[in-house]
Write a protein that binds this ligand. Sequence first.
Ligand code: ADP
Ligand code: ASP
Ligand code: MG
Length: 464
Amino acid sequence: MAELQKLPLYITFATQLKKIPEEEEMKVMKFGGTSVGKPERMNEIARLITKDEESKIVVLSALSGTTNSLSEISNSLSKGDRVSAKQRIDALELHYQNFIIQLVKSEEAYNKAKSIIAEHFEFLNIILKISYSEALNKDILAQGELLSTKLFSVFLNEKNIPHTWLPALDFMTIDSSGEPQVGSIKVKLSQILQRHKGSTIFLTQGYICRNSKGEVDNLKRGGSDYTASLIAGAISASVCEIWTDIDGMHNNDPRMVKKTKPISRLSFDEAAELAYFGAKILHPASIWPAQYFNFPVRLLNTMQPEAPGTLIMSEAGSVGVKAVAAKDFITAIKIKSSRMLLAYGFLRKVFEVFEKYQTAIDMVTTSEVAVSLTIDNDAYLSEIIKELEPFGSVEVDSDQTIVSIVGNQITQTKDVLAKVFTNLSGIPVRMVSYGGSQHNISILISREHKEKTLQLLNKGLFGM
Ligand code: ADP
Ligand code: ASP
Ligand code: MG
């Protein structure tokens, strides 16, 4: 688990920064794309954030579809296709213009919202004339969260709900390896909060941050969850609430399997495994801050706010299999070498190649003459293959999927393995990882078998 392995790096740094005793406890409430995607949903968020007196930091994603559109604009620009970039910019602007007509009532609020849209789309139109760069791409992708939080702020003002808009770019930073600077985020955020002592509702952007060069950057797709949990860690929050469009973490991927059910309790380890191995409801890195700073995470449904959702905390609650998740775009690499039989140090040499190219390995299996492993980042695949070739023959299979069966003490739970293999008897399984952790059994299959595999496991493990 790449993200959890990084945890010790922060330990010395973060433990020096203890909680300030007189600080009042706050909570974090994060609302995802679909939760802010329609004007009436913003109304619901306003209700949810004013329901109790507790001070809170509200983190918003971009309106649903916006980051995808921005990414397409950027993509068109990177190919020099300004005509299509311009068409996409105009279509997105129209979407926002229609959105604010329904969002606000007064002329004053409407004019304010209109000028916010004009400002951000003027920026997008200017960049049409600038030559494309990775830094520009990040600037483009940042527009969504800036727009959603600014428009929501206008909406709250119209409703006379006092709040403070916080620019995430003033405190959310990542280092040169792309890792969040936990200590610095904590110091900067606490200074900002001190300056607004009377305020009880703070509003900020998920996903966006500054990198070590001071440029606008982001925490990768789905990163607003990560923003929320980093903030919750920084302010020692009572809870980090992730409000989305489903009533918690389900036992299987609801996009692939018809009958699924919400899980009421998960441990940090179980939730981290599920997020890392493909449960889209959570960004893969969003659990380690909760685990390290020990605050609970709640997954809740904006469309069904009274549903209990999923509570994620240190204790697992119960023993056994809890859920199945799948992670796509996996590449399997097999290195076959007759010399491996007697060669100690062989695996180290293989792993060093992956380390050199900063490529995390997810699954590993070995035999006397071969080692198979999987990666999800194939940016340096050709370089890696070249360096592996002197060790033996190298076979590569792309478009694989890791299916993970996650739970508490599942390797000691009776019959799990038997049930998995009996039910998957018709599916060609390429690799199996069992016993590496108490929480996970992973299998590697070709992506074409994913849907069937998830359905068969749903029946075999959950009787659904
Ligand atoms: P948001 O925009 O609120 O961040 P996401 O689309 O990122 O929402 O995550 C919520 C979606 O995750 C759900 O609509 C669902 O389709 C998908 N999903 C995938 N696996 C799971 C799972 N195991 N449990 C719940 N939702 C899941
Ligand atoms: N808006 C960003 C995305 O779509 C971040 C997020 O939604 O969490 O990836
Ligand atoms: Mg998300």
